[in-house]
Design a protein around this ligand. Structure first.
Ligand code: ATP
Ligand code: MG
Length: 449
Protein backbone atom coordinates (compact mmCIF):
# COMPACT_ATOMS: atom_id res chain seq x y z
CA UNK A 1 0.00 0.00 0.00
CA UNK A 2 2.79 2.41 0.87
CA UNK A 3 4.52 1.77 -2.42
CA UNK A 4 1.24 2.19 -4.28
CA UNK A 5 0.66 5.58 -2.69
CA UNK A 6 4.20 6.59 -3.43
CA UNK A 7 3.97 5.57 -7.07
CA UNK A 8 0.68 7.35 -7.55
CA UNK A 9 2.23 10.48 -6.06
CA UNK A 10 5.18 10.23 -8.42
CA UNK A 11 2.78 9.68 -11.31
CA UNK A 12 1.21 13.03 -10.54
CA UNK A 13 -2.12 12.16 -8.98
CA UNK A 14 -4.02 15.38 -8.70
CA UNK A 15 -7.49 16.46 -7.83
CA UNK A 16 -9.27 17.63 -10.92
CA UNK A 17 -12.57 19.44 -11.17
CA UNK A 18 -13.98 17.28 -13.96
CA UNK A 19 -12.77 13.97 -12.74
CA UNK A 20 -13.44 14.10 -9.04
CA UNK A 21 -10.87 12.13 -7.16
CA UNK A 22 -9.30 10.62 -10.28
CA UNK A 23 -5.65 11.02 -11.14
CA UNK A 24 -4.95 12.71 -14.45
CA UNK A 25 -1.68 11.25 -15.64
CA UNK A 26 0.40 13.06 -18.22
CA UNK A 27 2.04 11.41 -21.21
CA UNK A 28 5.49 12.14 -19.77
CA UNK A 29 4.55 9.75 -16.95
CA UNK A 30 2.72 6.99 -18.86
CA UNK A 31 4.25 7.16 -22.35
CA UNK A 32 1.19 6.26 -24.46
CA UNK A 33 1.18 8.54 -27.53
CA UNK A 34 -1.89 9.29 -29.62
CA UNK A 35 -0.16 7.58 -32.56
CA UNK A 36 0.01 4.36 -30.56
CA UNK A 37 -3.74 3.78 -30.73
CA UNK A 38 -5.60 2.68 -33.85
CA UNK A 39 -6.61 5.36 -36.35
CA UNK A 40 -10.26 4.35 -36.06
CA UNK A 41 -10.47 4.65 -32.29
CA UNK A 42 -8.64 7.97 -32.39
CA UNK A 43 -10.98 9.43 -34.98
CA UNK A 44 -14.00 8.10 -33.09
CA UNK A 45 -12.91 9.84 -29.89
CA UNK A 46 -12.04 13.05 -31.71
CA UNK A 47 -15.38 13.15 -33.50
CA UNK A 48 -17.33 12.62 -30.28
CA UNK A 49 -15.32 15.33 -28.55
CA UNK A 50 -15.91 17.72 -31.48
CA UNK A 51 -19.64 17.15 -30.92
CA UNK A 52 -19.18 18.24 -27.31
CA UNK A 53 -19.20 14.83 -25.63
CA UNK A 54 -16.64 13.26 -23.36
CA UNK A 55 -14.95 10.31 -25.01
CA UNK A 56 -12.01 8.06 -24.17
CA UNK A 57 -10.35 4.87 -25.24
CA UNK A 58 -10.94 2.54 -22.33
CA UNK A 59 -10.37 -0.92 -20.93
CA UNK A 60 -8.19 -3.64 -22.39
CA UNK A 61 -6.61 -1.48 -25.10
CA UNK A 62 -5.23 1.11 -22.66
CA UNK A 63 -4.04 -1.64 -20.33
CA UNK A 64 -2.35 -3.54 -23.15
CA UNK A 65 -0.59 -0.45 -24.53
CA UNK A 66 0.74 0.44 -21.07
CA UNK A 67 1.93 -3.13 -20.58
CA UNK A 68 3.62 -3.24 -23.98
CA UNK A 69 1.11 -5.52 -25.75
CA UNK A 70 -0.64 -4.82 -29.03
CA UNK A 71 -4.38 -4.38 -28.35
CA UNK A 72 -6.72 -6.78 -30.14
CA UNK A 73 -9.49 -4.23 -30.42
CA UNK A 74 -10.51 -0.82 -29.15
CA UNK A 75 -13.35 0.18 -26.90
CA UNK A 76 -14.48 3.76 -26.49
CA UNK A 77 -16.50 5.07 -23.54
CA UNK A 78 -18.51 8.27 -23.74
CA UNK A 79 -21.22 10.24 -21.98
CA UNK A 80 -23.24 10.35 -25.23
CA UNK A 81 -26.20 7.98 -25.37
CA UNK A 82 -26.22 5.27 -28.07
CA UNK A 83 -28.65 7.37 -30.13
CA UNK A 84 -26.42 10.44 -29.84
CA UNK A 85 -23.36 8.40 -30.81
CA UNK A 86 -25.12 7.05 -33.86
CA UNK A 87 -25.90 10.58 -35.03
CA UNK A 88 -22.19 11.48 -34.96
CA UNK A 89 -21.20 8.76 -37.44
CA UNK A 90 -22.60 7.85 -40.80
CA UNK A 91 -21.38 4.29 -40.67
CA UNK A 92 -22.55 3.11 -37.27
CA UNK A 93 -25.24 0.93 -35.79
CA UNK A 94 -26.65 0.18 -32.39
CA UNK A 95 -26.32 -3.40 -31.32
CA UNK A 96 -28.00 -4.72 -28.22
CA UNK A 97 -26.31 -7.54 -26.53
CA UNK A 98 -26.13 -7.60 -22.76
CA UNK A 99 -26.35 -3.85 -23.01
CA UNK A 100 -26.64 -1.48 -25.94
CA UNK A 101 -23.43 -0.40 -27.63
CA UNK A 102 -22.70 1.29 -30.93
CA UNK A 103 -20.46 -0.18 -33.59
CA UNK A 104 -18.69 2.61 -35.43
CA UNK A 105 -17.15 1.52 -38.71
CA UNK A 106 -13.93 3.33 -39.61
CA UNK A 107 -12.51 1.92 -42.80
CA UNK A 108 -11.94 -1.76 -42.08
CA UNK A 109 -11.93 -1.13 -38.34
CA UNK A 110 -14.92 -1.46 -36.05
CA UNK A 111 -14.80 0.52 -32.82
CA UNK A 112 -17.17 -0.38 -30.00
CA UNK A 113 -18.61 2.70 -28.33
CA UNK A 114 -20.38 2.30 -24.99
CA UNK A 115 -22.13 4.92 -22.90
CA UNK A 116 -20.76 5.31 -19.35
CA UNK A 117 -22.64 2.89 -17.19
CA UNK A 118 -23.79 3.49 -13.67
CA UNK A 119 -24.84 1.67 -10.56
CA UNK A 120 -26.98 -1.35 -10.96
CA UNK A 121 -28.32 -0.71 -7.51
CA UNK A 122 -26.40 -1.73 -4.46
CA UNK A 123 -28.93 -2.72 -1.81
CA UNK A 124 -30.85 0.42 -0.97
CA UNK A 125 -29.99 2.11 -4.22
CA UNK A 126 -32.96 2.69 -6.52
CA UNK A 127 -35.04 0.69 -4.12
CA UNK A 128 -32.75 -2.31 -3.90
CA UNK A 129 -31.32 -4.71 -6.40
CA UNK A 130 -33.50 -7.77 -6.01
CA UNK A 131 -35.11 -7.41 -9.40
CA UNK A 132 -31.78 -7.23 -11.15
CA UNK A 133 -29.97 -10.20 -9.70
CA UNK A 134 -30.62 -13.90 -9.47
CA UNK A 135 -30.94 -15.53 -6.08
CA UNK A 136 -27.17 -15.97 -5.89
CA UNK A 137 -26.57 -12.26 -6.41
CA UNK A 138 -25.59 -12.48 -10.06
CA UNK A 139 -26.39 -9.28 -11.93
CA UNK A 140 -28.89 -9.94 -14.69
CA UNK A 141 -29.53 -6.49 -16.09
CA UNK A 142 -26.85 -3.90 -16.21
CA UNK A 143 -27.64 -1.05 -18.55
CA UNK A 144 -28.19 2.05 -16.46
CA UNK A 145 -26.27 5.09 -17.67
CA UNK A 146 -23.96 6.87 -15.25
CA UNK A 147 -21.01 9.18 -14.87
CA UNK A 148 -17.44 8.37 -15.82
CA UNK A 149 -16.72 7.74 -12.17
CA UNK A 150 -19.61 5.26 -11.96
CA UNK A 151 -18.39 3.64 -15.14
CA UNK A 152 -14.93 3.17 -13.69
CA UNK A 153 -16.29 1.69 -10.47
CA UNK A 154 -18.27 -1.02 -12.23
CA UNK A 155 -15.33 -2.30 -14.25
CA UNK A 156 -13.63 -5.37 -12.90
CA UNK A 157 -9.92 -4.75 -12.25
CA UNK A 158 -8.06 -1.51 -11.58
CA UNK A 159 -5.89 -2.01 -14.68
CA UNK A 160 -9.08 -2.27 -16.77
CA UNK A 161 -10.52 1.03 -15.55
CA UNK A 162 -8.16 3.44 -17.32
CA UNK A 163 -9.42 6.10 -19.73
CA UNK A 164 -7.10 7.44 -22.39
CA UNK A 165 -7.76 10.76 -24.08
CA UNK A 166 -5.77 10.91 -27.33
CA UNK A 167 -6.37 14.64 -27.68
CA UNK A 168 -4.60 15.59 -24.43
CA UNK A 169 -2.64 12.30 -24.26
CA UNK A 170 -3.65 11.91 -20.61
CA UNK A 171 -4.88 8.87 -18.71
CA UNK A 172 -7.73 9.28 -16.22
CA UNK A 173 -7.22 6.80 -13.41
CA UNK A 174 -9.83 6.45 -10.63
CA UNK A 175 -8.49 3.30 -8.99
CA UNK A 176 -4.70 3.47 -9.11
CA UNK A 177 -4.61 1.15 -12.10
CA UNK A 178 -1.43 2.64 -13.57
CA UNK A 179 0.40 2.06 -10.30
CA UNK A 180 -0.97 -1.49 -10.04
CA UNK A 181 0.18 -2.26 -13.57
CA UNK A 182 3.66 -0.94 -12.81
CA UNK A 183 3.76 -3.16 -9.75
CA UNK A 184 2.43 -6.09 -11.75
CA UNK A 185 -0.65 -6.52 -9.61
CA UNK A 186 -4.13 -7.53 -10.68
CA UNK A 187 -6.54 -6.00 -8.18
CA UNK A 188 -10.32 -6.12 -8.11
CA UNK A 189 -12.15 -2.81 -7.80
CA UNK A 190 -14.37 -2.85 -4.73
CA UNK A 191 -15.04 -5.81 -2.52
CA UNK A 192 -13.84 -8.90 -4.39
CA UNK A 193 -16.41 -11.39 -3.03
CA UNK A 194 -19.27 -9.06 -3.96
CA UNK A 195 -17.85 -8.53 -7.43
CA UNK A 196 -17.50 -12.28 -8.03
CA UNK A 197 -21.05 -12.82 -6.82
CA UNK A 198 -22.32 -10.16 -9.27
CA UNK A 199 -20.51 -11.89 -12.11
CA UNK A 200 -18.70 -15.17 -11.48
CA UNK A 201 -17.02 -14.98 -14.90
CA UNK A 202 -14.68 -12.46 -13.28
CA UNK A 203 -12.93 -15.39 -11.60
CA UNK A 204 -11.94 -16.75 -14.98
CA UNK A 205 -11.05 -13.29 -16.20
CA UNK A 206 -8.74 -12.80 -13.23
CA UNK A 207 -6.84 -15.93 -14.10
CA UNK A 208 -6.70 -15.19 -17.81
CA UNK A 209 -5.59 -11.57 -17.46
CA UNK A 210 -3.01 -12.37 -14.77
CA UNK A 211 -1.50 -15.08 -16.98
CA UNK A 212 -1.52 -12.95 -20.11
CA UNK A 213 -0.09 -9.82 -18.53
CA UNK A 214 2.28 -11.56 -16.13
CA UNK A 215 0.53 -10.02 -13.11
CA UNK A 216 0.20 -11.45 -9.64
CA UNK A 217 -3.38 -11.62 -8.39
CA UNK A 218 -3.53 -9.43 -5.27
CA UNK A 219 -4.12 -11.61 -2.18
CA UNK A 220 -7.54 -10.15 -1.35
CA UNK A 221 -8.58 -10.51 -5.00
CA UNK A 222 -7.49 -14.14 -5.21
CA UNK A 223 -8.61 -15.34 -1.79
CA UNK A 224 -12.39 -15.64 -2.31
CA UNK A 225 -12.06 -17.50 -5.60
CA UNK A 226 -11.65 -20.96 -4.13
CA UNK A 227 -14.80 -20.78 -2.03
CA UNK A 228 -16.88 -19.07 -4.67
CA UNK A 229 -15.92 -21.27 -7.60
CA UNK A 230 -19.30 -23.06 -7.51
CA UNK A 231 -21.04 -19.87 -8.63
CA UNK A 232 -19.63 -20.41 -12.11
CA UNK A 233 -22.40 -22.97 -12.40
CA UNK A 234 -25.01 -20.17 -12.58
CA UNK A 235 -23.47 -18.47 -15.59
CA UNK A 236 -25.29 -18.99 -18.90
CA UNK A 237 -23.47 -21.72 -20.87
CA UNK A 238 -23.03 -19.54 -23.96
CA UNK A 239 -21.15 -16.92 -21.97
CA UNK A 240 -18.96 -19.54 -20.34
CA UNK A 241 -18.16 -20.98 -23.72
CA UNK A 242 -17.03 -17.57 -24.98
CA UNK A 243 -14.91 -17.03 -21.90
CA UNK A 244 -13.31 -20.47 -22.04
CA UNK A 245 -12.53 -19.97 -25.69
CA UNK A 246 -10.91 -16.63 -24.88
CA UNK A 247 -8.88 -18.28 -22.15
CA UNK A 248 -7.78 -21.19 -24.29
CA UNK A 249 -6.91 -19.12 -27.36
CA UNK A 250 -5.27 -16.23 -25.47
CA UNK A 251 -1.79 -17.51 -26.28
CA UNK A 252 -1.35 -18.15 -22.56
CA UNK A 253 -3.46 -21.25 -22.12
CA UNK A 254 -0.69 -23.28 -20.46
CA UNK A 255 -0.03 -20.48 -18.00
CA UNK A 256 -3.75 -20.06 -17.35
CA UNK A 257 -4.15 -23.74 -16.62
CA UNK A 258 -1.18 -23.72 -14.22
CA UNK A 259 -2.61 -20.67 -12.51
CA UNK A 260 -6.03 -22.26 -12.16
CA UNK A 261 -4.35 -25.16 -10.44
CA UNK A 262 -2.44 -22.71 -8.23
CA UNK A 263 -5.67 -20.99 -7.23
CA UNK A 264 -7.19 -24.32 -6.31
CA UNK A 265 -9.69 -24.01 -9.12
CA UNK A 266 -8.89 -27.28 -10.80
CA UNK A 267 -11.94 -29.00 -9.48
CA UNK A 268 -15.58 -28.22 -9.83
CA UNK A 269 -15.27 -24.99 -11.76
CA UNK A 270 -16.23 -26.51 -15.07
CA UNK A 271 -16.40 -30.08 -16.29
CA UNK A 272 -14.07 -29.03 -19.10
CA UNK A 273 -11.44 -27.82 -16.66
CA UNK A 274 -11.78 -30.95 -14.57
CA UNK A 275 -11.03 -32.84 -17.73
CA UNK A 276 -8.03 -30.69 -18.58
CA UNK A 277 -6.59 -30.60 -15.11
CA UNK A 278 -7.41 -33.94 -13.60
CA UNK A 279 -7.00 -36.66 -16.15
CA UNK A 280 -3.74 -38.48 -15.48
CA UNK A 281 -3.60 -40.25 -18.84
CA UNK A 282 -4.63 -37.35 -20.97
CA UNK A 283 -2.51 -34.73 -19.29
CA UNK A 284 0.42 -35.03 -21.66
CA UNK A 285 -1.88 -34.93 -24.66
CA UNK A 286 -3.81 -31.90 -23.43
CA UNK A 287 -0.67 -30.01 -22.43
CA UNK A 288 0.90 -30.69 -25.82
CA UNK A 289 -2.26 -29.43 -27.52
CA UNK A 290 -2.32 -26.28 -25.40
CA UNK A 291 1.40 -25.61 -26.00
CA UNK A 292 0.85 -25.86 -29.74
CA UNK A 293 -2.21 -23.63 -29.54
CA UNK A 294 -0.24 -21.03 -27.58
CA UNK A 295 2.49 -21.13 -30.21
CA UNK A 296 -0.06 -20.66 -32.99
CA UNK A 297 -1.59 -17.70 -31.17
CA UNK A 298 1.81 -16.07 -30.81
CA UNK A 299 2.59 -16.67 -34.49
CA UNK A 300 -0.72 -15.03 -35.39
CA UNK A 301 -2.06 -18.25 -36.97
CA UNK A 302 -5.76 -19.08 -36.81
CA UNK A 303 -6.90 -21.49 -34.11
CA UNK A 304 -9.73 -23.89 -34.79
CA UNK A 305 -12.02 -24.11 -31.76
CA UNK A 306 -13.24 -27.51 -32.95
CA UNK A 307 -9.73 -28.92 -33.00
CA UNK A 308 -8.99 -27.44 -29.61
CA UNK A 309 -12.08 -28.83 -27.90
CA UNK A 310 -11.59 -32.16 -29.65
CA UNK A 311 -8.16 -32.46 -28.04
CA UNK A 312 -9.35 -31.35 -24.61
CA UNK A 313 -12.11 -33.94 -24.52
CA UNK A 314 -10.44 -36.82 -26.33
CA UNK A 315 -9.40 -38.80 -23.30
CA UNK A 316 -12.93 -38.57 -21.94
CA UNK A 317 -14.09 -40.10 -25.17
CA UNK A 318 -11.45 -42.83 -24.96
CA UNK A 319 -12.51 -43.77 -21.43
CA UNK A 320 -16.21 -43.90 -22.32
CA UNK A 321 -15.47 -45.73 -25.56
CA UNK A 322 -13.61 -48.47 -23.69
CA UNK A 323 -16.44 -48.80 -21.19
CA UNK A 324 -19.10 -49.11 -23.87
CA UNK A 325 -17.05 -51.66 -25.80
CA UNK A 326 -16.47 -53.63 -22.61
CA UNK A 327 -20.25 -53.75 -22.23
CA UNK A 328 -20.44 -55.57 -25.56
CA UNK A 329 -21.02 -52.85 -28.17
CA UNK A 330 -19.10 -53.01 -31.44
CA UNK A 331 -16.19 -50.59 -31.84
CA UNK A 332 -17.57 -47.95 -34.18
CA UNK A 333 -21.09 -47.63 -32.77
CA UNK A 334 -19.46 -47.53 -29.33
CA UNK A 335 -17.28 -44.62 -30.41
CA UNK A 336 -20.29 -42.66 -31.63
CA UNK A 337 -22.16 -43.31 -28.38
CA UNK A 338 -19.12 -42.19 -26.39
CA UNK A 339 -18.79 -39.00 -28.46
CA UNK A 340 -22.40 -38.02 -27.88
CA UNK A 341 -22.20 -38.75 -24.18
CA UNK A 342 -19.11 -36.60 -23.72
CA UNK A 343 -20.54 -33.69 -25.70
CA UNK A 344 -23.83 -33.91 -23.78
CA UNK A 345 -22.06 -33.70 -20.42
CA UNK A 346 -20.04 -30.68 -21.55
CA UNK A 347 -23.05 -29.04 -23.16
CA UNK A 348 -24.86 -28.75 -19.85
CA UNK A 349 -22.39 -26.16 -18.61
CA UNK A 350 -20.78 -24.96 -21.80
CA UNK A 351 -22.76 -24.14 -24.91
CA UNK A 352 -20.59 -25.65 -27.60
CA UNK A 353 -22.09 -24.31 -30.81
CA UNK A 354 -23.57 -26.77 -33.26
CA UNK A 355 -20.96 -26.06 -35.90
CA UNK A 356 -18.08 -26.56 -33.52
CA UNK A 357 -19.66 -29.75 -32.18
CA UNK A 358 -19.86 -31.04 -35.76
CA UNK A 359 -16.17 -30.25 -36.31
CA UNK A 360 -15.26 -32.02 -33.09
CA UNK A 361 -17.17 -35.14 -34.08
CA UNK A 362 -15.63 -35.22 -37.55
CA UNK A 363 -12.16 -35.16 -36.06
CA UNK A 364 -12.93 -37.90 -33.55
CA UNK A 365 -14.77 -40.10 -36.03
CA UNK A 366 -11.74 -40.13 -38.33
CA UNK A 367 -9.42 -41.54 -35.68
CA UNK A 368 -10.27 -45.25 -35.95
CA UNK A 369 -10.11 -44.94 -39.72
CA UNK A 370 -6.42 -44.08 -39.53
CA UNK A 371 -5.81 -47.61 -38.27
CA UNK A 372 -7.00 -49.06 -41.54
CA UNK A 373 -4.02 -49.00 -43.83
CA UNK A 374 -4.84 -51.64 -46.40
CA UNK A 375 -6.95 -51.88 -49.52
CA UNK A 376 -8.91 -48.86 -50.73
CA UNK A 377 -9.76 -47.40 -47.37
CA UNK A 378 -6.78 -45.08 -46.82
CA UNK A 379 -7.59 -43.39 -50.14
CA UNK A 380 -11.13 -42.72 -48.96
CA UNK A 381 -9.80 -41.26 -45.73
CA UNK A 382 -7.60 -38.83 -47.70
CA UNK A 383 -10.74 -37.56 -49.44
CA UNK A 384 -12.50 -36.68 -46.20
CA UNK A 385 -13.27 -32.99 -45.84
CA UNK A 386 -11.76 -32.84 -42.37
CA UNK A 387 -8.77 -35.03 -43.23
CA UNK A 388 -6.15 -32.40 -42.40
CA UNK A 389 -7.58 -31.69 -38.95
CA UNK A 390 -7.99 -35.41 -38.26
CA UNK A 391 -4.43 -36.08 -39.38
CA UNK A 392 -3.00 -33.28 -37.20
CA UNK A 393 -4.98 -34.79 -34.35
CA UNK A 394 -3.48 -38.20 -35.06
CA UNK A 395 0.04 -36.73 -34.99
CA UNK A 396 -0.70 -35.23 -31.61
CA UNK A 397 -1.91 -38.60 -30.32
CA UNK A 398 1.30 -40.17 -31.62
CA UNK A 399 3.46 -37.46 -30.09
CA UNK A 400 1.78 -37.92 -26.71
CA UNK A 401 2.44 -41.66 -26.86
CA UNK A 402 -1.20 -42.72 -27.10
CA UNK A 403 -0.69 -44.47 -30.43
CA UNK A 404 2.59 -45.74 -31.91
CA UNK A 405 4.59 -43.04 -33.67
CA UNK A 406 4.80 -45.35 -36.63
CA UNK A 407 1.12 -44.76 -37.53
CA UNK A 408 1.63 -41.01 -37.77
CA UNK A 409 4.76 -41.48 -39.86
CA UNK A 410 2.92 -43.88 -42.16
CA UNK A 411 0.18 -41.33 -42.82
CA UNK A 412 2.71 -38.59 -43.43
CA UNK A 413 4.38 -40.74 -46.06
CA UNK A 414 1.04 -41.79 -47.54
CA UNK A 415 -0.17 -38.18 -47.69
CA UNK A 416 3.00 -36.93 -49.36
CA UNK A 417 3.66 -39.91 -51.63
CA UNK A 418 2.79 -40.24 -55.32
CA UNK A 419 0.56 -43.06 -56.58
CA UNK A 420 3.31 -45.68 -56.63
CA UNK A 421 4.63 -44.70 -53.24
CA UNK A 422 1.12 -44.90 -51.80
CA UNK A 423 0.46 -48.33 -53.27
CA UNK A 424 3.77 -49.57 -51.87
CA UNK A 425 2.83 -48.34 -48.42
CA UNK A 426 -0.43 -50.30 -48.16
CA UNK A 427 -0.37 -53.00 -45.51
CA UNK A 428 -1.70 -56.50 -46.00
CA UNK A 429 -5.25 -56.94 -44.78
CA UNK A 430 -5.08 -57.65 -41.07
CA UNK A 431 -6.08 -61.29 -40.52
CA UNK A 432 -8.50 -60.48 -37.72
CA UNK A 433 -10.24 -57.85 -39.74
CA UNK A 434 -10.43 -60.01 -42.85
CA UNK A 435 -11.88 -62.86 -40.84
CA UNK A 436 -14.54 -60.71 -39.28
CA UNK A 437 -15.57 -59.05 -42.50
CA UNK A 438 -15.54 -62.03 -44.81
CA UNK A 439 -15.70 -64.90 -42.41
CA UNK A 440 -12.85 -66.60 -44.23
CA UNK A 441 -9.09 -66.49 -44.23
CA UNK A 442 -7.46 -64.22 -46.72
CA UNK A 443 -5.56 -66.32 -49.27
CA UNK A 444 -1.79 -66.12 -48.79
CA UNK A 445 0.07 -64.33 -51.51
CA UNK A 446 -2.44 -61.51 -51.53
CA UNK A 447 0.13 -59.03 -50.34
CA UNK A 448 0.42 -55.94 -52.44
CA UNK A 449 3.99 -56.25 -53.71
P1 ATP B 1 -9.27 -8.76 -23.81
O1 ATP B 1 -10.05 -8.00 -24.81
O2 ATP B 1 -7.81 -8.62 -23.90
O3 ATP B 1 -9.71 -10.16 -23.70
P2 ATP B 1 -10.54 -6.96 -22.02
O4 ATP B 1 -10.24 -6.56 -20.61
O5 ATP B 1 -10.49 -5.90 -23.05
O6 ATP B 1 -9.59 -8.15 -22.37
P3 ATP B 1 -13.26 -7.25 -22.78
O7 ATP B 1 -14.16 -8.41 -22.60
O8 ATP B 1 -12.92 -6.77 -24.14
O9 ATP B 1 -11.93 -7.65 -22.03
O10 ATP B 1 -13.84 -6.07 -21.91
C1 ATP B 1 -13.51 -4.71 -22.08
C2 ATP B 1 -13.57 -3.98 -20.76
O11 ATP B 1 -14.87 -4.08 -20.17
C3 ATP B 1 -12.62 -4.53 -19.69
O12 ATP B 1 -11.33 -4.02 -19.80
C4 ATP B 1 -13.31 -4.12 -18.40
O13 ATP B 1 -13.07 -2.77 -18.12
C5 ATP B 1 -14.77 -4.26 -18.76
N1 ATP B 1 -15.29 -5.61 -18.43
C6 ATP B 1 -15.30 -6.69 -19.22
N2 ATP B 1 -15.85 -7.73 -18.60
C7 ATP B 1 -16.21 -7.32 -17.38
C8 ATP B 1 -16.85 -7.93 -16.27
N3 ATP B 1 -17.20 -9.20 -16.30
N4 ATP B 1 -17.06 -7.16 -15.18
C9 ATP B 1 -16.71 -5.85 -15.14
N5 ATP B 1 -16.11 -5.23 -16.15
C10 ATP B 1 -15.86 -5.92 -17.26
MG1 MG C 1 -11.09 -6.10 -25.18
Amino acid sequence: MMIRKFISRVLGRKVNGNHGEAAVIAVSKHGVRRDDISGGSRRTVETLQEHGYQAYVVGGAVRDLLAGFTPKDYDVATNATPEQVRHCFRRSRIIGRRFQIVHVMMGSETVEVATFRGHHGEPGHHGGNKAHTDDQGRVLRDNVFGSQKDDAARRDFTVNALYYDPVSETIIDYHNGVADLKQKTLRMIGEPATRYREDPVRMLRAVRLAAKLGLAIAPATGRPIREMADLIGNVPPSRLFDEMLKLLTSGYAVKCVRQLRGEGLHHGLLPLLDVILEQPLGERFVMLALEKTDRRAHDGKPISPGFLFATLLWHEVLTKWEAIKAAGERAIPALFLAMDEVLDVQGEKLAITRRIAADIKDIWALQPRFEQRSGKRPYAVLEQERFKAGYDFLLLRAESGEVPGEIGEWWTRFLNGDNDARAALLLPQAPGEAKKRRRRRKPSGGRPD
